[in-house]
Design a binder for this molecule. Sequence first.
Ligand SMILES: [Fe+2]
Length: 302
Amino acid sequence: MTFRGIDHVGVGVADMAAALDFYERVGFSTVLFDYTGSVPGPDREARVVMLANPAATPVGPGRIKLVQVLDGDGPPPAPTGGGWGEFGICEICLHARGVEGVHRTLVAAGAENLMEPLAGSTPPNDVTLDIGYVADPWQGKLELIEWTGLWRSLPGPPRAEGVNHVAFGVADMARTRAFYAQLGFTEMLFESTEFFDPMEPWYPGDPPAQHMVLLMAAQGAGMEPVVLDPPGPDLRGEWGHLGPFEFAIGVGSLERGVEQLGEFGIELVGTPVTVDVGGGEWRYAYFRDPDDLYVSLVEARY
Ligand SMILES: [Fe+2]
């Protein structure tokens, strides 16, 4: 299988030490590599730290990549003026064992409470879940979900696992689904066209209509494209901006992944890159998705 689901989400930070400290409390305590230098593709100088969560399970397998842009004026500011689901990456969802306990722990560690934990279920299959939201200290939205109707976590105390899915705003749901189906996201966990009322306070004005779908690949983390009506402001921002700004799809072989993109007529942005990260290689290639988000294939040799 060429494509292996979402491998990681990239998060722009202004203070790497503070970000590492926060995300270690969230469970991302394993540093896969810590690289400072040029990042071809976006062509920025940056410190890039790839983090894994040792408690990751198949429901929360995704990693987090912290990026601190070092050149120019430093990290671009986070796009502002939206609520959730506008164009750009709008959330990282972590699978959690015991949403309430994890939510409490994160709020105690300095995260802002955005949504009290609640229990619900998703249409059309009534898959039950516990859900809560916090903002990290840099206002990136972190969703916490325990998919109680899909998977009961391993035993133990409350803890966040890895990334379950990444949410992002798109213009055309059918177009996005067709595009990412080619890349292995063929399974649908839920589809909702009902406005999720607890999010209403997040929007600066009248809340838009929401259409969201959770798409899964056979491996890796999932994706949650969202269409808002009206679409709201464009929050894609610059590469490396503060908060979540990109995601990457895992591949076993970058060459094979790039070849397949070519077969599908998907255009690369720049050329495939191999970065020596000391004891390993970080290999990636950016490509153009229908909404011009920052997305890449990544082959993890670290
Ligand atoms: Fe979500």
